[in-house]
Design a protein around this ligand. Sequence first.
Ligand code: GLA
Length: 378
Amino acid sequence: MPRPEIDLFQKTFRTTPRAAASAPGRVNLIGEHTDYNGGPVLPIAIAQRTSAAIGPAATDEPGVLEAISTRDLSLVRLKWQEELPRSWAAYIGGVLRELWALDAISPDTSARVAVASDVPIGAGLSSSAALSVAAAKAFAPALTPRQIAGVAYRAEHDHVGVPCGMMDQTISALGKRDHALLFECASLHTAQIPFKARLLLVDTGKRHDLATGRLKERRAECDEAVQRLKVELPELVWLASWPAGWLPRLKRALPEPLRSRAVHVVSETARTRFAAELLQQKKLKQFGHLLYESHESCRRLYDCSSPELDTVVAAAKRAGAWGARLTGAGWGGAAIVLVGKSDKKTIPAIERAYKRAYGRVPPITEVNAATGARPERV
Ligand code: GLA
């Protein structure tokens, strides 16, 4: 097996790394924009991974991080306890700060890191969580998967300033082969649910660079909705905890666009829990139907789809696929399509429709539920 992160480490630093680890990207089956609202998500880890090889720095200077990636081959040098630069290496800086907070490394730690990845950036497959989780696992292999997820989440959220929820880091750390993870983001309860199905991933090629800004805007809208709904239900902490049976009351209490955002979150919460039950019972066609509903809710109420994603989902539906929806934050990125084992119509139908609309055929691959973060041999 080629090990590009080890080769890069050796070539760059002229020595061998001390440890290495890898972590996967993810696709979310259902439960979109529910994580930061205290609701459930149902992601799988995918085969694409990020690997990090690490070793001590050659300097006596404390708190230095030198990092290089196969993506651009330029060496980044930063002091991880000082202000972090706008660079991919800031994620690793955030990880080191959080490991220090847990006493898993000393504050003097100076390190070298080489990274290799086949998780595409900006496709909505969580390349950043794969990086943070792989780095945390390489530096602190003894931490539990939940601790690793927490370190990676706080690195991204608190130190890099990404307004994300906990889904991506959690599935990247806890993912299990052939299983989807039901993760309740308020109670932090998790359940592994067997997932063996034919799932296609369609990359629209439209990078969702805007997603961070839009995510921030949606989070602010959800927070405002909670503040207003507290008048009706003072004990409300999470938007997702609003009772689904009380939707008429919620609609009366909120003006647009808060009403649409909140209806999405509350109905997506119920839909995701129902979807997890259907998956448990292996009722894949009914499960697929909920994927279509989820996409429609993301498009119409949460306003986080894009014309490219809608083209894919509509073509899949016309071709008779069991289900399809955007995955991840939205506003571009990738869509997932659930099809029967012998389905031969859906892929060509999506290719034709996409080509007609955008003049090119989008990459379509099959994805399976893969394993989460793991140490790698050096
Ligand atoms: C991004 C965030 C996740 C989640 C999704 C939307 O991927 O990183 O935490 O909020 O958007 O479901």
